[in-house]
Design a protein around this ligand. Structure first.
Ligand code: S3P
Length: 425
């Protein structure tokens, strides 16, 4: 249990957030499958990324720390060995789904499992295309544990019913090992970190609008890269600054890939004062310093197309909506039900305890802003982003909040509470 007190003065300061979780997973996976050394700088110490590292350790890949970098001695696709035990993916959906794509093509049997939350999340979306490529996999009513008997794969043309970077990445990782070409298409373009990084490891791949085509039987070559700061973590600090009058906060070195930065678009549409400076590139990804100053926010309509590039930021955007003037309508956000918790239900329930008016209309969420937030005892439901979003709400609640289950913030943002303290001064 932690207390988050109401902010008695504006938030101020400049700070960094841990390395991007999505990019970190991909760097470890590709580094483990490449030939030669990979050095990853600014790798997050978050629990999700650690789940990916320990999965590859169990399959015989050697990692070491050197001068602050995570170094991987890659021995190519065939360097991967059958693990002796079930691989525990912890809370990490990305670990499980991307590993399914890797292991679909490896000539051994593996079981992937995870914690209670991960065991409830849909896996058919990856096992379906991977099975079509020739992999043998079984699940438990569409969920983990997944038993995978990898082997020879062939390329497919696959139109995914969901826009999902995890599904896309699983198919691309299998496609790199397959005979022939693989084409993946999705309803809207999801984050393209895998595409950028596969190229960075020397493999060929072509993006054509919302479709990606990858030739099969490709080798990867080890590389050096620096992981940009995680925009999904920066989003909590950005909303905190945007909603507390007089605040002036800069988060340095944040990844601003256009397929991920919907949170900036939505906050700007709500009237937030956000400035991006010092634009540069790291690991093929655009990076900038993000400066946010407190402003009066107004409600907006968040279109369905924004969902793939905003997906992890909806919980904290719900908080921005509660604190804005007028109504905000988040359209077509049904995918939130399949995250670390059912984020429509958990955020709705917990924000309501603070007096917020959240209405669920099918797959849309309407939030009536302008209300003041009350003191309350709330809980994270074991979901890191719910924990952090509620903490941001707590900063604006008269009397603050008591938050149970706050430990899960370590999944993506170890040091989150310390960062908030730093900004409070
Ligand atoms: C992720 C993709 C998103 C996101 C998740 C990380 C990734 O999931 O919600 O936190 O690293 O590819 P989906 O691809 O299932 O939408």
């Amino acid at each position: 249990m932690v207390r988050v007190e109401q902010a008695s003065r504006p938030l101020r300061g400049a700070l960094e957030v841990p390395g991007d979780k999505s990019i970190g997973h991909r760097a470890v996976i590709l580094g483990a499958l490449a030939r030669g050394e990979t050095r990853i700088h600014n790798m997050s110490a978050g629990a999700d990324n650690s789940s990916t590292v320990s999965a590859f350790r169990r399959m015989g890949v050697a990692f070491r720390r050197e001068d602050g970098a995570l170094c991987i001695e890659g021995r190519g696709w065939d360097g991967l060995q059958a693990p002796r035990e079930t691989i525990d993916c912890g809370n990490s959906g990305t670990t499980m789904r991307l590993l399914a794509g890797v292991l679909a093509g490896r000539p051994f049997a593996v079981t992937l499992d995870g914690d209670d939350s991960l065991r409830t999340r849909p896996m058919k979306r990856v096992t379906e295309p991977l099975t079509r490529m020739g992999a043998r996999m079984s699940d438990r009513e569409g969920c983990a544990p997944l038993d995978i008997h990898g082997g020879a794969l062939h390329g497919i043309e696959y139109a995914s019913p969901v826009a999902s970077a995890q599904v896309k990445s699983a198919v691309l990782l299998a496609g790199l090992q397959a005979r022939g070409e693989t084409r993946f298409e999705e309803p809207y373009r999801s984050r393209d970190h895998s595409e950028i990084m596969i190229r960075g490891f020397g493999a060929r791949l072509e993006s054509i609008g919302p479709a990606v085509v990858v030739p099969g039987a490709q080798e990867l070559t080890g590389t050096r890269l620096t992981v940009p700061g995680d925009i999904s973590s920066a989003a909590f600090l950005a909303v905190a600054a945007a909603t507390i009058p007089g605040s002036d906060v800069t988060v340095r070195g944040v990844g601003c890939n256009a397929t991920r930065s919907g949170v900036i678009e939505v906050l700007r549409a709500m009237g937030a004062d956000i400035e991006l400076t010092g634009r540069r590139e790291e690991a093929g990804e655009p990076v900038a310093d993000i400066r946010v100053r407190g402003a009066t926010l107004t409600g907006t309509e968040v279109a369905p197309e924004l969902a793939p590039r905003t997906i992890d930021e909806y919980p904290v955007l719900f908080v921005a909506a509660v604190l804005a003037q007028g109504t905000t309508l988040f359209r077509d956000v049904g995918e939130l039900r399949f995250k670390e918790s059912d984020r429509i239900a958990t955020m709705g329930r917990e924000l309501s305890k603070m007096g917020a008016r959240v209405e669920v209309r099918g797959d849309d969420v309407a939030i009536e802003g302008g209300g003041s937030l009350d003191a309350a005892s709330v809980e994270s439901h074991g979901d890191h982003r719910v924990a952090m979003a509620l903490s941001v709400a707590g900063l604006s609640a008269a009397g603050g909040i008591r938050l149970a289950g706050e430990n899960c913030v370590k999944v993506s943002f170890p040091g989150f509470f310390e960062s908030l303290e730093k900004l409070r001064g």
